[in-house]
Design a protein around this ligand. Structure first.
Ligand code: SF4
Ligand code: SF4
Length: 505
């Protein structure tokens, strides 16, 4: 293994790009003109950036991680016999609990609605400001950022990490590397642990996990999520965004000339080059080629090469360049959020091109979001706490009776989503003279237990004197389920099969 002399300091491989501004020895690892079907990974050593966007990223990381780790521990009183965890995907009760909302398996369309809203929200944000989701809030970005912060804690910033990797394996190097990987594994374990807590009462499961009494499946998923967090956030990092995630390819369909994107303002920056002592700014651009923007980039790209699919729009290069502009006394914003339309207008010597946030595609996405939210909100506000399903017997469509009457069999399912038992009365309408009997139930209301489904078998008989009034092969009628306490009725269409069906060819 090659090694650097021990007494080598960072300053030894840094020149000056301008008086007092270091020129970093860094080159873009990922370039659009060098994209290959397969390329051996070159490690990226992102440098710590300082500035507004870095602070926003720290803030978003703190908020998202706090939500993720704390949410399973929040309690929500739903009364006796029900879990008191605010957010729980409860397989035992077959329900998703989200604070005051309970989603039953029969209502999975709400989850579909949530996914549709999320997708449309992502489209809208991308149309407005490119991949800001990727740059700030995507779990891959958040965990990778966290892993890099931990690596920086144990091994130092960019130059120190490069030096450490080139050093021979000393006790100090082994210690730093082991502590880094151990910390990543602890983060992975916490991440996997938090995820399984969303599926079972968190305090109980935590105790079970520690005492070795948790179900085997909990340990299995804990292991899987620990490993994948360590692998994707600690080891694979930008490779996930570039090679595994389809979003960089899809997002190009959502951006247009008016989308705000992190851009290098070549009209202001070129011709670039180091600024020598005593040199003025006439006849040259503001870019002093210090490469601070490249050194901080977690994706290993040079934003000065133009828009690239690898760019996650994290804006750390903006912070790095602004810091440099402050040092050399030039205006900030050589790298900034800008639109292609504005840049083209500037290059053509045109006037000021305003940023157009309101455009047909952003209006379309916003309207669709409002529509889906409206439909879901209406559905949630008008949700019934009782659901009724009627199934006709499949095997025997009808039974001709010895007295000339006809009988049909049904299964009536009443789902009680309330947390107390409900009494219901059952009757039929639309079948002249029909008699209804609930098998195993003599008379009076049918009791449906709290948070449960009650299935009853129902026989409907049309006596001989009314068989003539049927409309063969099937007659439409209704089952009516009446909630005794609230007097509300639910009607379900059903069909009565009769003998004439057999006479049909
Ligand atoms: S764009 Fe800014 S940060 Fe990047 S090399 Fe030029 S001056 Fe340095
Ligand atoms: S080029 Fe700038 S915005 Fe794009 S990924 Fe790199 S640092 Fe982030």
């Amino acid at each position: 293994m090659t090694s650097m002399p021990k007494d080598l300091k960072p300053a030894d491989f840094i020149n000056e790009a301008a008086p007092g501004v270091e020129k970093l020895d860094v080159a873009a690892i990922n370039r659009k003109d060098r994209r290959e079907l397969y390329a051996v990974r070159q490690k990226i050593y992102p440098r710590l950036a300082h500035g507004t966007f870095r602070n926003v990223k720290w803030l978003v990381m703190a908020i998202t991680l706090t939500i993720y780790y704390v949410l399973p521990w929040l309690r929500w009183d739903r009364g006796p016999n029900l879990p008191d965890q605010a957010v729980l995907l409860d397989f035992a009760h077959g329900r998703l609990f989200l604070f005051f909302i309970e989603i039953w398996p029969q209502e999975l369309y709400y989850i579909t609605g949530l996914l549709v809203i999320s997708a449309l929200g992502l489209f809208l944000v991308t149309a407005l400001a490119g991949r800001v989701w990727c740059g700030y809030a995507c779990p891959q970005t958040v965990w990778t950022d966290l892993m890099i912060a931990v690596e920086r804690f144990w091994q130092g910033d960019r130059n120190a990490r490069i030096r450490l990797d080139k050093e021979p394996w000393t006790a100090s190097k082994i210690f730093k590397k082991v502590m880094t990987h151990l910390s990543w594994l602890v983060i992975g374990l916490a991440t996997g642990g938090a995820l399984v807590f969303y599926f079972r009462d968190a305090p109980t499961l935590a105790k079970e996990l520690v005492t070795g009494t948790a179900p085997a499946i909990a340990y299995l998923f804990l292991g899987i999520f620990t490993f994948t967090t360590y692998l994707l956030g600690g080891i694979a990092r930008e490779q996930v965004c570039i090679y595994m995630c389809p979003w960089p390819r899809i997002q190009s369909a959502m951006v247009d000339r008016h989308t705000l994107l992190v851009s290098y303002r070549a009209d202001r920056g070129e011709p670039r080059g180091p600024l020598r002592k005593g040199q003025g700014w006439e006849g040259r651009g503001d870019c002093i080629d210090c490469k601070a923007c490249v050194a901080v980039c977690p994706m290993g790209i040079d934003i000065r090469d133009g828009l690239q699919l690898e760019c996650i729009q994290c804006a750390l290069c903006i912070d790095a360049c602004n810091e440099v502009m402050d040092k050399i006394g030039r205006p900030r914003g050589l790298i900034a959020y800008d639109t292609v339309a504005k840049q083209e207008a500037k290059a053509a010597g045109g006037g000021h091109e305003p940023v157009k946030l309101v455009r047909p595609r952003t209006i379309l996405y916003a309207v669709l979001i409002v529509l889906v939210v409206g439909v879901m909100g209406f559905g949630l506000l008008n949700r019934t706490t009782l659901e009724v399903n009627v199934l006709h017997d499949r095997g025997v469509l009808f039974v001709p009776l010895s007295d000339g009457g006809v009988r049909n069999g049904y299964t009536v399912k009443v789902l009680n989503k309330r947390h107390e038992p409900v009494d219901v009365n059952l009757r039929v309408e639309g079948l002249p003279g029909a008699e209804m009997r609930v098998v195993g139930h003599d008379a009076g209301p049918i009791s449906v237990p709290a948070d449960n489904l009650r299935e009853v078998r129902v026989l409907v008989t049309v006596p001989p004197e009314h068989v003539k009034s049927l409309t063969p092969p099937s007659t439409n009628f209704e089952f009516i389920v009446k909630d005794v306490a609230s007097d509300t009725e639910m009607r379900r269409d059903a069909i009565f099969q009769s003998a004439a069906a057999r006479s049909k060819p």
